[in-house]
Design a protein around this ligand. Structure first.
Ligand SMILES: Nc1ncnc2c1ncn2[C@@H]1O[C@H](COP(=O)(O)OP(=O)(O)O)[C@@H](O)[C@H]1O
Ligand SMILES: [Mg+2]
Length: 322
């Protein structure tokens, strides 16, 4: 289904060596591949070499070939590649074309000229299966980072493309949304889709990834089957620079030794709003000097809006913070 043959790509800066080197791999129809490795190891470059962003939109030098079915990516127009691959990018903001949620989800189907009745049926099915009811009717500009990522995922889910490419699809998602996406991936696998996921978060893919490819310095260093990879002892996995599966363990001792010496930041009767949406009314809080305040909540709860307001970036909000 997907084949890399002696493939290398170097980004188009003179004398640069940044990119991926000597990639040979074959992915069968219906397989789910997890690409992992530390930042800069080449995961996104590999994914862009399948959907055609490389070399069609990002200049550089390549050698060898990448096949998706019988199409050679380097020699196939983007609109043809778009029929066989759908992607969720690392930064979903960079992939939107529409101003409202529904139009964005159905964008790939509209581009293919699919009948309006069929599009509407599939839109309703996608919204209900992905439980996106709360986001319908909203403007894309008024969604939080995590909500945008869910819409990007819905766009890939609704598409007919047999290959799904996900570049850190959970980067902005809260735990409930990750479980949602895990369930959708299980459905996609059952439908026979071929899936490549580049991820730092690993545990949610246990039981889903058929193969795990570990990349380092632009090369694939190790390929393991999913069961084998998720069975590696934790210390060995951390040695490889991969996040442990259970969550991140940090020592809090040093952090908690800070001295609290009176209020440093105080906000009273704040109204948090994002564009036309009021996120919260009458919010008051204070933080003492030396304290660390953790703000947590589901996607869209208002975490970013609160920080923007406290930083003075939201001029319209009534209330005071100092
Ligand atoms: N747009 C770009 N222009 C130039 N170099 C890039 C670009 N994107 C990535 N690189 C370089 O290519 C290498 C692989 O990066 P990338 O594929 O983004 O890794 P990952 O997705 O694993 O973090 C790195 O050395 C990175 O600095
Ligand atoms: Mg990346």
């Amino acid at each position: 289904m997907i084949r890399f043959e002696d493939y290398s790509f170097i980004y188009g800066i003179e004398n640069s060596e940044a990119g991926i080197h000597n990639i040979n791999l074959a992915i069968d129809k219906g397989e789910c591949i997890l690409l992992c490795g530390s930042s800069g190891c080449g995961k996104s470059t590999l994914i862009r070499s399948v959907n055609g962003i490389i070399p069609h939109l990002m200049p550089g030098r390549y050698e060898g070939k990448v096949y998706v079915n019988d199409l050679i990516v380097q020699e196939t127009e983007m609109y043809e590649l778009a029929k066989v691959t759908s992607s969720v990018f690392q930064n979903p903001k960079s992939q939107f074309f529409n101003t409202d949620v529904e139009s964005e989800i159905v964008y790939s189907l509209e581009n293919q000229g699919i009948d309006v009745g069929i599009i509407n049926d599939r839109l309703n099915k996608t919204i209900s299966e992905l439980r996106l009811q709360d986001l319908t009717g909203r403007s894309m500009f008024e969604l939080s980072g995590g909500e945008k990522q869910q819409i990007a995922f819905a766009g890939a889910y609704i598409s007919d493309a047999p290959v799904v490419l996900l570049d850190e699809p959970t980067a902005n998602l809260d735990p409930d949304s990750i479980i949602k996406i895990r369930n959708i991936l299980i459905k996609m696998k059952a439908e026979g889709k071929t899936i490549i996921i580049a991820e730092h978060r690993l545990s949610w893919l246990n039981g889903i990834a058929d193969k795990v490819m570990y990349m380092r310095n632009g090369r694939i260093e190790t390929v393991m089957n999913g069961g084998e990879f998720f069975g590696i002892p934790e210390n060995k996995r951390i040695e490889l620079g991969l996040r442990e599966l259970g969550g991140i363990n940090v020592s809090y001792n040093n952090l908690l030794n800070g001295r609290s010496t009176g209020k440093c930041l105080e906000a009273s009767d704040l109204t948090l709003s994002y564009k036309k949406h009021v996120v919260q009314n009458h919010l008051s809080l204070y933080v003492n000097k030396g304290e660390i305040l953790g703000i947590t909540g589901v996607n869209g709860a208002g975490k970013t809006t609160l920080l923007r307001t406290l930083a003075g970036l939201s001029k319209k909000n009534p209330g005071r913070s100092q």
